[in-house]
Write a protein that binds this ligand. Structure first.
Ligand code: XMP
Length: 511
């Protein structure tokens, strides 16, 4: 049976992904599509509902994105949000103008009897962000919400299943926004909520089995959540036809290589061929004497590809190469490129170095939280499923300046202690935390002796999107304990610093 679909039609708003995630949280499958998707394509996709996103423009300008008015005649329920609400009003004969007073931030909105607001308080805090407003409603519409300065904060024509909100129900600052979106997909669109992780896992395994047949599959396994979930899905689908290559570049966290091997290796839980390549020395040799961050990243990336290529050659021609692409990558690859701050190294270069017939991307339609839920569904251990992000070049970007085996040992041991103490103290709410090794050596005293050793920097940040981040406030007692343990237990360190910098201006990683 076809699963239910809601389309988020993207008019350039910054919350397009968020809308899709919220709809999926309601157990309804949702895809983000550009506003250039044609009416014919929309009809063919047969969605249960459509959501118009916000956008930065003014609808009355010719160059702003518009959509064929015929979309309102399809009988498919539509919810317009912010710019999307103004577009609906404008196209259907209402008036949109610059508001006498712009609204930005949390605003009290009064809502009235509407399917959309069933179960929502009569006055509810909503997130506004607009300078234009709907000055006059289109014919046949009634207003269903207003604020002190926005006379038409929500409107609808229930008969035609057209709904609009000037505010953003998808952001958490709109306190009852989830209820509104859930009302839209269930009460207006009549969805039944058939998007569940257990059925995703089951159907994906069946589809993979059918697509792959007797083919040979190759997967670069990093031990991160995406490649782990992709590998397990394939292992459940085709067992030993899958070979996973795990490259230990010597820049992993303490014990990480062994942990990955314990789960996926011959004594682990899954039916697959597992190849661990211990390439530490190769990487250290290539990195010797190199200090410049981008040069280090490029060397690690290139060497990774070389090692993988050698393994792939030993395996021989494969039919399918697995990529752990997830949905945000798919959405973002459709957008313009911004300045390169760091060249991120994952498995991007692999397709060029392996002889294969097709790529399989089993997680292509999943958001990160859905990948994790699929992982749990598949029985992958929780500590792997909830692992914090770890960069492809690993500790290579957490050691400032030249990398040596000795420095790797220092940062691994310090990081291990830091993670252990944070876990013991039950510190929660951190998005990412780690120890890094600075290239600063300074004078200290231990016992009666002068020391001249390295400074370790501790970092912990809170962020929702990793594009911006705040330094976390770690309790002093915890920092103090970590510091004591590091200087006492990790040879070569006589000073521990805490990084209080946000992003921007700093980045999360040190290089
Ligand atoms: P920055 O340092 O740019 O990091 O603030 C943002 C997030 O991206 C992670 N990161 C990487 N992830 N390959 C990755 O897969 C990389 O090369 C890479 N560099 C940084 C970083 O850990 C943080 O979560």
């Amino acid at each position: 049976m076809e699963k239910e679909l809601v389309i988020v039609l993207d008019f350039g708003g910054q919350y397009n992904q968020l809308i899709a995630r919220r709809v999926r949280e309601c157990n309804v499958y949702c895809e983000v599509k550009p506003y250039t998707m044609s009416l014919e394509e929309i009809k063919a996709a047969n969605p249960k509902g459509i959501i118009f996103t916000g956008g930065p423009n003014s609808v009355y300008l010719e160059e702003s994105p518009h959509y064929d008015k015929a979309i309102f005649e399809l009988g498919i329920p539509i919810l317009g949000i912010c710019y999307g609400s103004q577009l609906m009003a404008y196209e259907l004969g209402g008036t949109v103008a610059t508001a006498p007073v712009s609204e930005y931030g949390q605003t009290e909105v009064t809502v009235e009897n509407s399917n959309l607001f069933e179960g929502v308080s009569r006055t509810s805090i909503c997130w506004m962000s607009h300078t234009d407003y709907i000055a006059a409603l289109p014919e046949g519409f009634v207003r269903t919400g207003w604020s002190d300065v926005c006379p038409n904060a929500a409107m609808e024509c229930a008969e035609r299943k057209l709904y609009a909100t000037q505010f953003h129900p998808e952001v958490m600052h709109t306190r009852e926004g989830m209820k509104m979106l859930s009302n839209f997909v269930y009460k207006v669109c009549g969805c039944s909520g058939d998007w569940k992780m257990d059925s995703f896992v089951e159907t994906t395994i069946a589809q993979l089995r059918e697509r792959i047949g007797n083919g040979k599959v190759l997967c670069a396994l990093s031990g991160g959540v995406d490649s782990s979930v992709a590998a397990v899905l394939l292992s459940k689908a085709v067992g030993k036809q899958l070979t996973c290559v795990f490259v230990d570049h010597g820049l992993l966290r303490k014990n990480e290589g062994d942990e990955v091997e314990a789960v996926f290796g011959p004594d682990g839980d899954y039916d697959l061929n597992f190849i661990r390549v211990n390439a530490q020395e190769r990487f250290y040799k290539k990195l010797a004497g190199v200090e410049e961050p981008e040069a280090k990243r490029k060397i690690i990336g290139a060497e990774f590809i070389r090692v993988f290529e050698e393994e792939a050659k030993k395996i021989g021609a494969v039919d399918f190469l697995v990529q752990g692409t997830i949905y945000p990558d798919v959405i973002e690859s459709g957008l313009g490129k911004s300045a390169v701050i760091k060249s991120h190294h994952n498995v991007g270069g692999l397709p060029d170095c392996v002889d294969f017939k097709a790529i399989v991307e089993p997680l292509r339609m999943l958001f990160k939280d859905e990948v994790r839920r699929a992982g749990l569904e598949l029985g992958i251990p929780e500590y792997l499923v909830y692992r914090q992000p770890f960069p492809g070049p690993g500790l290579g970007v957490r050691i400032v300046g030249e990398i040596t085996a000795e420095k790797v040992r220092i940062v691994q041991d310090a990081d291990f202690i830091y993670r252990e103490e944070l876990a013991k103290a039950g510190v929660e709410g951190l998005s990412q935390y780690f120890a890094a090794l600075t290239n600063m050596r300074s004078v200290g005293v231990m016992g009666d002796f002068r020391t001249y050793d390295y400074a370790v920097a501790l970092r912990a940040v809170m962020t929702s999107d990793f594009m911006t981040a705040e330094a976390a406030e770690i309790p002093w007692a915890v920092l103090s304990k970590v510091t004591n343990r590091i200087v006492n237990e990790v040879k070569g360190v006589n000073r521990v610093l805490y990084d209080c910098t946000g992003k921007p201006p700093a980045t999360i990683e040190f290089e």
